[in-house]
Write a protein that binds this ligand. Sequence first.
Ligand SMILES: Cc1cc2nc3c(=O)[nH]c(=O)nc-3n(C[C@H](O)[C@H](O)[C@H](O)COP(=O)(O)OP(=O)(O)OC[C@H]3O[C@@H](n4cnc5c(N)ncnc54)[C@H](O)[C@@H]3O)c2cc1C
Length: 478
Amino acid sequence: MTATKTWNTEEFWGLGYDFDPQWLLTPAQQELQAKLIDLCATVLRPNAIESDRELVYPRKNFEALASLGLLGLIVPQDWGGLGENHVCAAMVVETIARYGCPSTAMCYTMHLGAVAALLFRAHHSTEFQDLLRRLDRDVLIGSLSYSDPETGSHFWYPVSSKAERVESGWQVHKKASWTTSAGFADWYIVQTTSPEFDGNYSDLSCFLILGNEVIAEPQKWDALGLRGNQSGTLCVDGVTVPLNRMVGPKGDGTASNDEIVDPFFLLCSSACWNGIAMGAIDIAKRHVTRKKHVDVGMRVADYPTIQDYFGEAIIDTNACRCFTFSMGKLMDDLTNQCDWSIHADLTALPRATYLPWYWQIKFAAAKNVAHVCDKMLHACGGSGFKKDMEIERYLRDGKAGWVMGPTNEVLRQFVGKLALLGFDSLDYWNQTVNERVLHNEVKKLDAEGKRKLAAELLQQADAEDLHQAMRPLVGSGV
Ligand SMILES: Cc1cc2nc3c(=O)[nH]c(=O)nc-3n(C[C@H](O)[C@H](O)[C@H](O)COP(=O)(O)OP(=O)(O)OC[C@H]3O[C@@H](n4cnc5c(N)ncnc54)[C@H](O)[C@@H]3O)c2cc1C
């Protein structure tokens, strides 16, 4: 028999466990989920309303999550964590978003991404291991700082950043246009071009930067939804950090993105959008089953139109949830249940092979949440339009899904282009010449135009040759 879902010791007013894919969770994970729902009812959800109205960063919610050991959810037990797997991470994020606070769920998603990036390269670093051991005890919130003001949602292309080797370590420069928890997190994983950068933007490195080493502007944050998430600008202004703060070897950024940051961010943020969609369905169910129309003697829930809204919303959302959890299950299978010791071998990148699948779960979940929240608002009528029912907040929060990088426009093009033209056509770092376009444009020039272009190109080629020839002299300080 399915257990009864409770809310403040009474039966939950939304959908019960019979609409949740509980078979994917172990008994221990189901127990954790029930405890987390209790915490959402008593602490996280009341704080969510305050965060949204007053733009308050949800640190109190992180303190509550730490009381269940959730900041170290995926940290191995030997290092003081819960040692949980990817399916559990998706469940926890979904639960926080659905019953508690979507802003907290997004901050927690970035925290887990940052924790995973550190775990990926913590085997030979006592400093990283020490931080990982203290996550819950000291409520140490992490975040990912990648997006660059010059390249928008192409967060893998950090133009406004660099790192240099100096006598006492690495001097790190980073300008980030968005960083969840900016100014509130205790530590950040920051990506820059690698030291000795030579113009190849696929050569990236990661650094651990502490809260007191960044400049943030939380006072400028004001947005449609996820208002507690505080995703403001972040600047690391030439701060020198010790050598052991580079995360992984020099040039490890691409491996870190493909194996860890993308898979974790896409898995957990998809779970966040799915949680918001379920949260909107829960709220709407409570309303339509209670509201009566005296003239026709029916509740709103008795109209077949409303039943259709719910049927479709539940089916579509559960398709997204099962898709997301199946990627979590795949990640568990690939890594022996999220065993971080496999990464003592720096070349082990089992998650990265499936990158196009993570793109697909994010696209589906972010598309679905906007549609479902919209339909649930329609089902609730004018009452849903008012703030006190909370459905408008879920609708606003869910809107972040489509626009967060990688945006849904970018993702659907990546998947379509990959399927039709192959991997090289994606050209993340603008390095592959599109000969078809090039020749087509040159064809449009007359003889004079071609000569002018050829002269310009020869001049550029000479300048590049000269620059190359000078490089060793510049490097030797001459
Ligand atoms: C709530 C929230 C939290 C965030 N948290 C973080 C964080 O913690 N860390 C972090 O690093 N970043 C974070 N971001 C940033 C996010 O990942 C994106 O970088 C950001 O949303 C991009 O905004 P933009 O205005 O620069 O969009 P743009 O990139 O300018 O996009 C504008 C439009 O152009 C489209 N577009 C862009 N490129 C292409 C293309 N190649 N083909 C077709 N269309 C394209 C987009 O889809 C969009 O429709 C966050 C964003 C939000 C909204």
